[in-house]
Write a protein that binds this ligand. Structure first.
Ligand code: FAD
Ligand code: NAD
Length: 473
């Protein structure tokens, strides 16, 4: 049987673009199907990029000497210019993902929704195309919780918030996960009165508890956080919305100009016609094995649509593996143990591997925990950025099983631990690397020193060393 293409990639976001460019570079005939006019997906248009541009603009507003004195009119102007800055940043980054770049690689781009007609045929707008192999990379969308009246309440999501051209006076953020935290803090710094409603006991429930708790305490200085609280009903009243919620069993309500829903994600699979191709799903996402193959051996799924870990760097990693497997015929497996992420709040949170609670359960007595407060580090002291913590979890022999930090710039300086782990080195090896003083990553080597302190001075070795020094040196 002959096909129009060797590889058809559905979705032109982080995962799909990695696959399309990689496959074309290896000489495959590639079709790229994207339903939006521009390539780049969520990360570029409604996710990582606009949120990071907004966070930086809001940080600068907060750090201005005038912060406490801005008037409402000034805040309105600052808000508008922050949003313009977001739009400019997106424009610049869009050039990286321009269609021309991919067309020049020999890729045929279809601007249409892709829907399977059978396991080798795709409806693409008015046309049908066939392909020998497919990679689905259709991403995810905001999950909208079933809250009475929400639909009529004109809520915002990550897909609409970056288009606001007027500052709301007040906002209720439903969901205290990563999206909720990053955007709530930025909005608050731009002069919006923000209340966050989170169903769990603590915000950032995927983080190490101690880190999340410190983050919550610091964020509480900037916004109103309600935990153990569930939004249940929304009522529109003129230009405002009433949000009725239950907190610790009691009914309450709050009024705001607008609502941001940041309550998790759902895979974009509804329009794919997966049943026509016989592709199996699991918990609302496309089921894949470790080689990223679906139950149909010639169809792969990467990125948010397969429900693994919804991050751009994961979509990229999976995209590269899909290229090796679908184009070169290898059987490389995706592994998620060594994947870090960062919450870009201020201060930032770095997360790698198991939390202390998870590591305790898995390793029990074999677990060692090394902690340094930023207040015990010269650089953080000098910069008056003392709030924060580094926590590294290892086995007795120093194998890194988890690493977490909260602190100014933690996403950058903590990656040293991630690199050491990825290179299969022990945590204590960081101690042997000379760090320039007083770079912020000194706090990481300071934490690694604790391993040696524990081993050399906190055990029977200590007596032996003392005996040796006394007797022989
Ligand atoms: C507010 C926010 C902030 C974020 N910040 C970060 C961050 O800082 N770091 C990080 O690592 N991750 C971040 N993420 C997550 C990141 O954006 C996603 O993990 C990433 O975009 C997933 O890439 P993807 O290729 O799977 O999907 P996407 O990038 O969403 O691409 C999917 C594409 O498929 C298209 N599509 C869907 N269905 C079809 C169809 N049937 N036919 C044709 N085209 C279709 C869509 O239009 C879209 O362009 C953030 C997410 C949000 C919402
Ligand atoms: N910096 C980054 O890398 C970054 C930034 C943003 C998003 N992301 C990705 O996007 C994913 C999705 O983020 P998210 O924040 O939407 O999801 P999330 O799953 O992290 O958090 C959603 C939160 O909403 C709460 N919730 C749900 N319904 C509720 C209700 N009715 N009332 C009160 N609380 C409710 C949940 O308890 C949960 O804590 C993240 O897991 C992450 O992978 C990454």
């Amino acid at each position: 049987m002959t096909f129009d293409y060797q590889i058809a990639v559905i979705g032109g976001g982080s995962g799909g673009l990695t696959v399309a460019a990689g496959a074309a570079s290896f000489g495959a005939k590639v079709a790229l199907i994207e339903r939006k006019t521009e390539l780049g997906g969520d990360c570029l248009h409604y996710g990582c990029m606009p949120s990071k541009a907004l966070i930086q603009a809001a940080k600068e507003v907060k750090e201005s000497a005038k912060y406490a004195e801005w008037t409402e009119d000034e805040y309105k102007k600052l808000f508008k210019s922050a949003m313009e800055r977001v739009a400019d940043a997106l424009q610049d980054v869009q050039e990286h993902d321009s269609k021309d770049r991919f067309i020049n690689l020999g890729i045929d781009i279809y601007e249409a929704e892709g829907t399977f007609l059978d396991e080798h045929t795709l409806q693409v707008g008015e046309k049908t195309i066939t392909a020998k192999r497919f990679v689905i990379a259709t991403g995810s969308s905001p999950a909208i919780p079933p809250i009475d009246g929400l639909e009529e309440g004109d809520y915002l999501t990550n897909e609409t918030i970056f288009s606001l051209n007027q500052k709301p006076s007040s906002m209720v953020v439903i969901g205290g996960g990563v999206i909720g935290v990053e955007l709530a803090q930025a909005m608050s710094r731009l002069g919006v009165d923000v209340t966050m409603i989170e169903g769990s006991e603590q915000i950032l429930s995927k983080e190490d508890k101690e880190i999340a708790s410190l983050s919550q305490r610091l964020l509480s200085e900037e916004l109103n956080i309600l935990t153990n609280a569930k939004a249940e009903r929304v009522e529109k009243n003129g230009d405002q919305v009433h949000i009725h919620y239950k907190k610790d069993g009691a009914q309450n309500s709050i009024t705001a100009d607008t609502i941001l829903v940041a309550a998790g994600r759902k895979a974009n699979i509804g329009s794919l016609g997966l049943d026509k191709a016989g592709i199996v799903t699991e918990k609302g996402s496309i089921q894949v094995d470790a080689t990223l193959r679906t139950n149909k051996k010639h169809i792969y799924a990467v990125g948010d649509c397969n429900g693994s870990m919804p991050f751009t760097h994961v979509a990229g990693m999976e995209g590269k593996i899909a290229v090796s497997n679908a184009v070169l015929g290898l059987s490389r497996k995706a592994s998620y143990e060594k994947i870090p992420w960062v919450v870009y709040s201020n201060p930032e949170i770095y997360h790698l591997g198991l939390t202390e609670e998870e590591a305790q359960e898995k390793y029990g007595e074999d677990l060692l925990t090394f902690k340094t407060k930023l207040a015990d580090n010269d650089r953080f002291m000098a910069e008056r950025k003392k709030e924060g913590l580094v926590k590294v979890l290892t086995t007795d022999r120093g194998k890194i099983v988890g690493a977490h930090a909260i602190g100014e710039g933690a996403g950058e300086w903590m990656q040293e631990v991630g690199t050491v782990q990825a290179l299969n080195k022990k945590f204590q090896s960081i101690s042997n690397v000379v760090h320039p003083y007083p770079a912020k990553n000194n706090v990481v080597s300071q934490t690694a020193d604790l391993y040696w302190r524990e081993k050399l001075f906190g055990s029977k070795w200590n007596d032996l060393i003392r005996w040796y020094v006394k007797k022989w040196r």
